[in-house]
Design a protein around this ligand. Structure first.
Ligand code: FES
Length: 567
């Protein structure tokens, strides 16, 4: 089979002349007969977690050239989690759509996907799945561990912890601010088992990263070595026509879910994996996460739920060491980009530090994973991560304290007169994909100051938004349908008794008559639909969290067919 790029470069007519002339750039004639490999590069100064990816891209390019391909830098929409407002998730689908369209529109035969910060790898994988050209991910890697006053700082997680200490009066604001410059020690993404680390590791378990690469710290020269090797590999993928649709099946997602549970990964992976599966036409459902993941032991002791950080994880053996412990739970039929099954890469993957990565016989939690709840409050599902929750709250009954928006929450949560106690259930709505819009990471609401001062450190919280992968607590999130889409969450009132029963996978309002109410005016007022632009397009077409929060018209694939020429 000929190269896709030949449809631009082959021939002796005017159009092929134009394509070659502008791309010649001093190269030899035969450059146009070689695989043209895009490097989808999310490097950006405004995405600090990905700012080093130009150096990674240079190593990828060297590998591509060595293997006989032509590397082509393709800057893509980049999403910096800490900067982008209102929330980076609003733009994930836009980044995916723009990347997909640029790969299809250009003379590209294969692509290396460079991501790091939370949404970047999911967006790039969604794009590659929909354009279906050979693709390999190089995860940008986590940052090194920063320390403050002799104590390691977990990027993200410790921000939450320290800011709660300030609110509780146990840490001065001056000390808090002094920790700021110690938090980000090096290039790279967050170093906890947050969403970025999770998605890098899950992408490897899915088979889209060269096995053993994900989790390599960003400043580690082994990342450049791996990038070089990936550049060589992608040329081989083009020659063998190993496109995502040829090897990514339900078996791959099965392995990704096993990995997600064993590493104690972020709940955000659920919405991203559902979206990627939707692009591939793989029949993956919310319930698969519970069915496949709930019996998997949690083996990794990383923040936010545990003690260590990604640098420790890599030193301890990384993902392959974890997967070797749960090898019997993996689907042996799932292939990787290398053309060989994932399980074939687990032969030589010892655990070097059993404090960080546990032996299967001594798990942190015998059955980890993410629980999928249903009930009259979440007919289409909601998530809770038992490993990040307080065990005594996994079965709980309490009165709701309802907030109609995050602004409403901030305005009232610290009011000394707020009728709330440790048994209350904090309910925040209007934070789903459509309602916010963009499904922000606000579900782990800070606790009321007066309860913090009493020593309360966790409460049941319920929300239709997401939670940062670096956060922790007994948080029921991704409630679907969301309030702004007419979900029952919009009908709850302060004082309603809510019953959480994780063992039986239930989340209910005790009196089901609440379903006969009409939504509160305050809630309707909090949802002001934008008139134009991406936000308008987004709220008109975004699907629920239970199916991946993709846009309805982006689900599926258009393939790599070359479209018509305009000149
Ligand atoms: Fe980029 Fe955390 S802010 S990964």
């Amino acid at each position: 089979m000929g190269l896709r790029s030949e449809q631009w470069y082959a021939g002796d007519d005017r159009n092929s002349y134009i394509h070659r002339a502008w791309m010649r750039r001093g190269g030899p004639d035969d450059a146009f007969r070689r695989p043209q490999i895009a490097i989808a590069n999310s490097a950006s100064d405004l995405t600090p977690c990905n700012a080093h990816l130009n150096e990674v891209a240079a190593s990828v390019a060297n590998g591509i050239r060595e293997a006989g391909g032509i590397p082509l830098n393709l800057p893509v929409v980049s999403l910096g989690e800490t900067n982008v407002r209102p929330t980076a998730m609003l733009w994930r689908n836009m980044a995916a759509m723009a990347t997909e369209e640029m790969l299809r529109a250009n003379p590209v035969d294969g692509v290396v996907l460079l991501g790091g910060c939370d949404k970047t790898i999911p967006a790039l994988l969604m794009a590659a799945a929909s354009v279906d050209v050979p693709a390999v991910v190089v995860p940008g890697g986590p940052m090194l561990t920063g320390t403050f006053r002799g104590v390691p700082l977990g990027c993200g997680t410790d921000v939450w912890r320290l800011s709660e200490e300030v609110r509780a009066g146990t840490l001065s604001r001056e000390q808090f601010l002094r920790s700021e410059s110690a938090m980000i020690r090096s290039r790279g993404h967050c170093n906890t088992m947050g969403t970025a680390s999770t998605m890098a590791l899950v992408a490897e378990a899915l088979g889209t990263v060269v096995p053993g690469v994900a989790g390599t710290p960003a400043p580690d020269t082994r990342l450049l070595e791996a990038s070089h090797g990936t550049g060589r590999l992608v040329v081989e993928l083009v020659e063998k026509d190993r496109r995502p649709s040829t090897f990514l099946t339900k078996a791959n997602f099965h392995n990704a879910i096993v990995a997600l549970a064993a590493i104690g990964g972020s709940t955000n992976a659920v919405v991203h994996l559902l979206a990627i599966a939707g692009r591939l036409g793989v029949d993956l459902s919310l319930d698969d996460f519970d069915r496949i993941g709930s019996g998997v032991p949690l083996l990794v002791d990383l923040q936010p739920a545990g003690r260590f950080l990604m640098e420790d994880f890599h030193r301890a053996g990384g993902l392959l060491a974890v997967l070797r412990e749960v090898r019997d739970l993996l689907d042996p039929s799932a292939l990787t980009v290398t053309g060989t099954p994932l399980v074939d890469h687990l032969g030589d993957a010892p655990i070097w530090d059993p404090e960080v990565i546990r032996d299967r016989r001594q798990p942190i939690i015998a059955e980890g994973g993410i629980a999928v709840l249903r009930g009259n409050l979440a007919p289409s599902g909601a998530l809770v991560k038992p490993a990040a929750a307080s065990p005594h709250l996994l079965r709980h009954r309490g009165k709701a304290v309802v907030f109609d928006s995050i602004e409403d929450f901030h305005a009232r949560v610290d009011d000394p007169d707020l009728d709330v106690d440790a048994d209350s259930v904090l309910v925040l709505r209007g934070c789903g994909p459509r309602g916010y819009p963009g499904m922000p990471e606000v579900s782990n609401m800070p606790l009321p100051r007066k309860l913090l001062e009493q020593g309360v450190r966790d409460m049941v919280r319920i929300c239709d938004g997401r939670m940062s992968g670096t956060a922790y607590g007994t948080v029921v999130l991704h409630v679907a349908p969301e309030a702004a889409a007419g979900g029952p969450l919009g009908l709850v009132r302060t004082g309603d008794v809510i019953v959480l029963d994780v063992a039986n996978r239930r989340i209910d309002v005790e009196d089901p008559d609440f379903l006969t109410r009409t939504p509160s005016e305050a809630m309707a007022a909090a949802f002001a639909a934008p008139r134009r632009g991406w936000e308008r397009l987004y709220i008109d077409h975004v699907l629920g969290a239970d199916t991946g929060a993709d846009l309805d018209f982006l689900v599926g694939s258009s393939g790599s067919e070359v479209t018509r020429e305009s000149h």
